[in-house]
Design a protein around this ligand. Structure first.
Ligand code: PGA
Length: 225
């Protein structure tokens, strides 16, 4: 077994986004693929590439990783809005996937659909994955969590002011993500590289939630400066 996961460095954001879109496309072509999808700044390029490919998503089920709680889904800051803006609204009706966002029975929903084939995720500056903040346990499932101070500060850029950032979210758990048959982490910027190395190249710790993924059998980590 490898000592620690490899972090693949891409020369540019565009190249990383293209490689991520290529992997997702592979699953979109597979019938009945179940994909966990991220939001945030990092995957925007991947969604752009996917939109250009004009794929038929009709046989795919998508499960978003997380959503603010509570949030008006029509507001521009909701992850629901983000997904429609960046992907779903660009697809023709008959090419749309079955779309899901976290809810109280999400884990049952995902497992009865056959489990996740691929989870594409980002990482926070504090090492969070989805909204599993520091302190998250490896056996955690979908639940409502309080957002970390660092996350609220990082996400304030998407709101008029930091006071407008919701204090809570509903997120897939670490175990929900870990059960995915393949995981792709996307990260951009030096501080993300630092937290990835700390998390993935050392012992697992709940202080750095991404570290729980270090022993996943099929983990890819894509990074660019
Ligand atoms: P970002 O968010 O892509 O906006 O940096 C990543 C995350 O917090 O998971």
């Amino acid at each position: 077994m490898k000592q620690h996961p490899t972090i693949t460095h891409f020369a540019s954001y565009e190249e990383m986004s293209k490689a991520a879109a290529k992997l997702v496309t592979h699953y979109v072509f597979k019938t009945n693929a179940n994909l966990a999808l991220p939001t945030g700044g990092t995957p925007i390029g991947m969604y752009k590439e996917l939109v250009e490919k004009n794929l038929d998503w009709a046989n795919v089920r998508t499960f978003n990783l997380d959503e603010y709680y509570p949030i008006n889904i029509d507001s521009q800051q909701s992850y629901y809005y983000y997904m429609y803006e960046n992907l779903f609204s660009t697809l023709k009706n008959h090419q749309s996937p079955q779309i899901s966002f976290p809810h109280a029975y999400y884990d049952n929903h995902i497992s009865s659909a056959g489990g996740l084939d691929l989870a594409v995720i980002g990482v926070g500056n504090n090492g969070h994955i989805a909204f599993n903040e520091p302190g998250s346990e490896p056996n955690s499932e979908t639940r409502i969590v309080k957002l970390d101070k660092q996350t609220i500060e990082d996400n304030a850029r998407f709101f008029d002011s930091i006071e407008d950032v919701p204090t809570h979210s509903i997120t897939m758990g670490i175990s929900t993500i870990f059960k995915a048959r393949e995981i792709l982490i996307l990260a951009q910027g030096k501080s993300k590289l630092e937290i990835l190395k700390k998390g993935l190249w050392n012992k697992e710790t709940k202080d750095i939630p991404v570290s729980w993924l270090r022993k996943h059998r099929n983990l890819k980590v894509f990074y660019c400066d």
